[in-house]
Design a protein around this ligand. Structure first.
Ligand SMILES: Nc1nc2c(c(=O)[nH]1)N[C@H]1C(S)=C(S)[C@@H](COP(=O)(O)OP(=O)(O)OC[C@H]3O[C@@H](n4cnc5c(=O)[nH]c(N)nc54)[C@H](O)[C@@H]3O)O[C@H]1N2
Ligand SMILES: Nc1nc2c(c(=O)[nH]1)N[C@H]1C(S)=C(S)[C@@H](COP(=O)(O)OP(=O)(O)OC[C@H]3O[C@@H](n4cnc5c(=O)[nH]c(N)nc54)[C@H](O)[C@@H]3O)O[C@H]1N2
Ligand SMILES: [Mo]
Length: 766
C-alpha cells in the first residue's frame, strides 16, 4: 500500500510517498514557488548505506585508552548492544560529574540537527545533562555571533540580525535603491531552521527588479544576485566592506548631505565617529580614494552612490557572511551608522537590515508569534563558552577569555557529548581541532550517519532521522507550523534521542525530570499548545492540535500592516526609546568603549584583517567558504545532488580564469588548496563572474583526511575548514572568522586518492 504523509526538513516541507516501509520519493507543497532541489535526496539519505546501524565503540577506548594525546579518528569501531552502550554512557556522565564537576562535561553540542522541534537532538541532550547535574554549554552561534552580540549595544536588541523585521513588500513599494553587501543569493534562500513551506526570496527579488528597484550587488561574486536579475556588480575585495561604508559616509559629510535632524533626534555619538571619518581623530581621512585602495572599487563610483543614496529612498542590507570574518562587528556597526547618517531608518521599506538574503523567510511579513519549541531545563553548572572557542577551551583549561564585557574561564573538559552537530564540519582550522580533540577522556557522538564527527568519537550512538518519528517543524523565520509524520520505522537499531536518553536518564536516576512523565504524543500536544496560546495573545487563532495534525500544516496569516523596524522610535524617540543605555541608536557606545578592547573600540572603525588581499603575498588568494547550494552544511553531502556537483569527486572551487592561467590550471583539474594550517583537494571551476584574486570553496564536503587521525593530513575531498583561521571576530563577539583566509592553489599532479568518507569506517565484529 502506498501512503502519502506530511513531513519537513530545514530545506522545506514535503509529502513523503511511502511503500512497504520505504520512502520512494517526496513531493513539495504545490504552493511552494521554489521547492529546494535538496529535497530530492531524502530517500537516499534515509536508506543510505552509511546510516549507523548499531551502537559502536572505538577499539582503543575499549582497551582503556582515555584521551591522553593520541588523535582520534584513525581506528576501527566495534559494535555493541544498546544496553552496553547506554550503561557506558551513563557511567561516564556520572563518573566525570562526580570526579571533576559537571562543567567538565561539554554538552554544548552546537549544530542544526533536524527541523523537528521536539526530537531536536541538542535540545534533548541539554535537558538530559541539565537533569543529571549540569554541563558546559555554548552561547551565540556560528551564523551571526558578532552581529548578535554587537547589535544590542547599538540598537537595543538583536532582532534586526536574526528576524524578518523588514518585509520585501515594503521595500518594493517604498525603496528605489537596494544596496546588498554580500548580495541576495537564492542558494541560501532554500533553508531556514525548522523548515518552511514557501521559498519566496527569488519571487521577491524578481518583483523588486521588475518594479524598477536599482540593485547594487556589493560582493566578490556576481552570482550573489541571480543572472536574470539586473544589478550593478561591485566586485569588492573580501573583508573591506567597512572601508567602503566609511567612504560613503565621508562623501555625505564632505557634501553636507548628512541628515542632522535624524542624528540629533535618534542617535548618540555622531561626533566621535565623524572625527574618525574625516581624519580629525587619527589623521587618516576615510575618503573614496582611501577606500578605493582597500576595496578595489573606483572612487568615482563611491561618490556617485553616496549622492544617489542621499537623494533617494533606499534599503541597505548586509549578508551574515560579512560578520563571520575578523573584526566582523565593524561592517555591521558601520552599516547602522551609515543608514543613520542617511536618515531613513524607521521609514517603511527603508533604512538598514541584515541577512535579507541569508535564509528563507528573511524579508517575509509575519506576525512575531512564538515558534514551537522544547522547553529547556536550567543548567546547574552555569558554565558556557562562546560557541566558536571550542578548540581554545580544549587546549587551555583554566584560561580566561573575554566576551562581551565578561571574562569566562575555560573548564577542564573530560567528557564531550555531541548530538545534532558536526564540529568536523563547522569549526575552523580542523587540524588544530583534531589535536585538541585528543585531550578529553571520552567523546560521545549521537548521529544517524557516519559523519566526520561520528568517526572521531569513542562511543557512537545511532540516532533515527526525522523520517522515523513524529514531530513538529517550526522556525522563527517562517509563518508555517509543519506536521512531521513518521514515514518509516526506525532503520537498523537506530533510536530516537528522547527514547534512549530516557533510558540513560533512568540509569542516572533522573528519568521523571527528563521526560516530565510525558510520552511523545503528550509532548507534541503540549508544545503545540504553548505556541497556540502565544498566538492567541496576539489575536491569532490556531486550530486545535488534531486539526493541525490532520491538515499537515498551519499557515499563520501575514500581518496586513507594514513591517517597519524602528518606526515608533523614529516617530517619538523620547516616548519609545530603544533598549540601549541612551535609548537611541549608539554610533558611539560608552558600554563597548568601557570594555577597553583593543580590537573593538567605542565606534565603528576600519581594522584590516590579518589575512586579506591587502596582506597577501604574491601568489596567495583570498578563500571564501560560502554556504553550499546542494546541501545544508554537511547534511545531505552523501545524496546524489551534492555528489553530482563535485568535480572528479572533489568539492568544486571557483577560480578566476586569470588566476587559473597563472597556475597552469584548467577547468576540471583537481587542485591542491593549501596554507600553513592545512591542505585539501578540490575540483577547479573557472568563472570570470568572480573578482580575480578570490577563490570560493563552499562548506560541507565531509572531511576526508588521507590518513585519518593524523593532524595535517591532506583532506582529499575539499573541506575548507582545514584552511580557515580559528580566531574570534574580536573580544566582543568572539564569533568565527572563517571568511578571513588566505591560501595558495596549485594543480594536483599526484595519483588521485579515492573518497572514502562516504563509506562506513572500518568495523571489527567483537
Ligand atoms: N568555513 C566555514 N565554516 C562554517 C561556516 C562558513 O561560512 N564557513 N558557516 C558556519 C555556520 S553559519 C553554521 S550554522 C555551521 C553549521 O554547522 P552544523 O550545524 O554543525 O552543520 P550540520 O551539517 O547541519 O550538522 C548537523 C548534524 O546533525 C546531524 N543530525 C541531523 N538530524 C539529527 C538527529 O535527529 N539526531 C542527531 N543526533 N543528529 C542529527 C546531521 O547528520 C549533521 O551531522 O557551520 C559553520 N561553519
Ligand atoms: N543551501 C544552503 N542555504 C543555507 C545554508 C546552507 O548550508 N545551504 N546555511 C544557512 C545558514 S546556517 C546560514 S548562517 C546562512 C548564511 O548566510 P550568509 O552568511 O549570507 O551566506 P554565505 O553563503 O556565507 O555568504 C553570502 C555571500 O556573501 C559573499 N561574501 C563573503 N564574504 C564577503 C565580504 O567580505 N564582503 C562582501 N561584500 N561579500 C562577501 C559571498 O560571495 C557569499 O556568496 O545561510 C543559510 N542558508
Ligand atoms: Mo549558520
Amino acid at each position: 500500500m502506498t501512503q502519502q504523509l506530511h513531513h519537513a526538513a530545514h530545506w522545506g516541507a514535503f509529502t513523503g510517498i511511502v511503500k512497504d516501509g520505504r520512502l520512494l520519493r517526496v513531493v513539495p507543497p504545490p504552493a511552494d514557488p521554489a521547492p529546494p532541489a535538496i529535497l530530492q535526496g531524502m530517500a537516499d539519505a534515509l536508506h543510505s548505506p552509511i546510516r549507523i546501524d548499531r551502537p559502536h565503540i572505538r577499539k582503543g577506548w575499549l582497551r582503556g585508552d582515555r584521551g591522553g594525546g593520541t588523535p582520534r579518528g584513525g581506528e576501527a569501531f566495534v559494535p555493541v548492544s544498546w544496553d552496553a552502550a547506554a550503561s557506558l554512557v551513563a557511567g561516564e556522565v556520572a563518573r566525570v560529574r562526580d570526579a571533576h564537576g559537571p562543567a567538565s562535561i561539554f554538552g554544548g553540542s552546537y549544530g542544526w540537527a533536524s527541523a523537528g522541534r521536539f526530537h531536536h537532538a541538542p535540545s534533548q541532550l541539554h535537558r538530559l545533562l541539565a537533569a543529571a547535574g549540569g554541563y558546559t554549554g555554548q552561547v551565540t552561534n556560528y551564523s551571526y555571533a558578532a552581529g548578535m552580540t554587537l547589535m544590542p549595544h547599538v540598537v537595543g536588541g538583536m532582532e534586526i540580525v536574526d528576524r524578518p523585521v523588514v518585509a520585501w513588500r515594503d521595500i518594493v513599494q517604498h525603496a528605489r535603491i537596494l544596496v546588498c553587501f554580500g548580495g541576495i543569493t537564492l542558494r541560501n534562500g532554500q533553508v531556514n531552521a525548522g523548515g518552511g513551506a514557501r521559498h519566496e526570496m527569488g519571487v521577491w527579488l524578481r518583483r523588486a527588479a521588475a518594479a524598477g528597484l536599482r540593485i547594487v550587488n556589493i560582493s566578490p561574486l556576481r552570482a550573489d544576485i541571480p543572472p536574470d536579475v539586473a544589478c550593478q556588480w561591485w566586485p569588492i575585495r573580501p573583508g573591506t566592506d567597512t572601508a567602503l561604508m566609511l567612504a560613503l559616509a565621508h562623501v555625505l559629510i564632505a557634501g553636507d548631505r548628512v541628515d542632522h535632524d535624524f542624528l540629533a533626534r535618534c542617535t548618540v555619538g555622531y561626533q566621535p565617529l565623524r572625527a574618525y571619518i574625516t581624519g580629525a581623530a587619527d589623521g587618516i581621512a576615510k575618503t573614496p580614494d582611501w577606500a578605493a585602495a582597500e576595496t578595489g572599487l573606483p572612487a568615482a563610483d563611491i561618490v556617485a552612490l553616496a549622492h544617489d543614496l542621499a537623494a533617494q529612498p533606499h534599503m541597505l542590507t548586509a549578508a551574515w557572511s560579512l560578520q563571520r570574518a575578523e573584526a566582523g562587528e565593524q561592517p555591521y556597526w558601520m552599516l547602522a551608522a551609515l543608514a543613520s547618517m542617511l536618515g531613513r531608518v524607521g521609514l517603511p521599506g527603508q533604512g538598514f537590515t541584515f541577512g535579507l538574503g541569508s535564509e528563507n523567510g528573511m524579508g517575509g511579513a509575519r506576525v512575531m508569534g512564538p515558534s514551537v519549541t522544547l522547553p529547556a531545563l536550567p543548567n546547574p553548572a552555569r558554565s558556557v563558552i562562546p560557541v566558536a572557542r571550542i578548540t581554545d577551551m580544549l587546549e587551555r583549561p583554566g584560561d580566561v577569555v573575554d566576551w562581551n564585557g565578561t571574562r569566562i574561564t575555560y573548564p577542564d573538559t573530560r567528557l564531550v557529548w555531541w548530538a545534532g552537530g558536526n564540529p568536523f564540519h563547522h569549526h575552523q582550522d580542523l587540524n588544530r581541532l583534531l589535536r585538541a580533540w585528543a585531550k578529553p577522556e571520552t567523546i560521545i557522538v549521537s548521529e544517524p550517519w557516519w559523519t566526520p564527527a561520528a568517526r572521531h568519537a569513542d562511543i557512537v550512538l545511532p540516532a533515527t532521522t526525522t523520517m522515523e518519528r513524529d514531530d513538529i517543524g517550526s522556525g522563527s523565520l517562517d509563518r508555517h507550523i509543519l506536521a512531521m509524520k513518521r514515514l518509516v520505522p526506525a532503520q537498523g537499531q537506530a533510536r530516537d534521542e528522547f527514547d534512549y536518553m530516557a533510558d540513560i536518564a533512568d540509569a542516572l536516576g533522573v528519568r521523571p525530570r527528563f521526560t516530565q512523565q510525558r510520552n511523545v504524543d503528550a509532548w507534541l500536544r503540549a508544545m503545540y499548545g504553548q505556541a497556540q496560546a502565544g498566538y492567541a495573545r496576539l489575536d491569532v487563532t490556531l486550530p486545535d492540535f488534531d486539526t493541525f495534525w490532520d491538515q499537515g500544516l498551519v499557515e499563520v496569516p501575514e500581518p496586513d500592516h507594514p513591517m517597519v523596524a524602528f518606526s515608533a522610535f523614529r516617530a517619538d524617540p523620547a516616548a519609545r526609546p530603544l533598549n540601549t543605555p541612551s535609548g537611541r541608536i549608539e554610533l558611539f557606545s560608552a558600554g563597548i568603549a568601557g570594555f577597553g578592547y583593543d580590537d573593538c573600540p567605542g565606534h565603528p572603525v576600519w581594522r584590516p584583517p590579518v589575512e586579506y588581499l591587502g596582506t597577501a603575498r604574491p601568489g596567495q588568494l583570498h578563500l571564501l567558504s560560502v554556504q553550499p547550494a546542494t546541501r545544508l552544511h554537511s547534511q545531505m553531502d552523501m545524496a546524489p545532488l551534492s555528489k553530482a556537483s563535485k568535480v572528479q569527486g572533489r568539492e568544486a572551487i571557483l577560480i578566476h580564469p586569470a588566476d587559473a592561467a597563472a597556475r597552469g590550471i584548467a577547468a576540471g583539474d583537481v587542485v591542491r588548496v593549501f596554507n600553513a594550517r592545512g591542505a585539501c583537494l578540490a575540483g577547479a571551476v573557472l568563472t570570470d563572474n568572480l573578482l580575480a584574486g578570490v577563490a570560493v570553496l563552499p562548506t560541507g564536503a565531509w572531511f576526508d583526511p588521507l590518513q585519518p587521525g593524523v593532524p595535517g593530513s591532506l583532506c582529499v575531498h575539499g573541506n575548507p575548514n582545514v584552511l580557515t583561521r580559528d580566531a574570534g571576530t574580536s573580544k566582543l563577539g568572539q564569533g568565527p572568522s572563517a571568511q578571513s583566509c588566505l591560501v595558495e592553489i596549485e594543480r594536483f599532479t599526484g595519483v588521485l586518492p579515492p573518497i572514502t568518507v562516504h563509506l562506513p569506517p572500518a568495523i571489527e565484529e567483537p
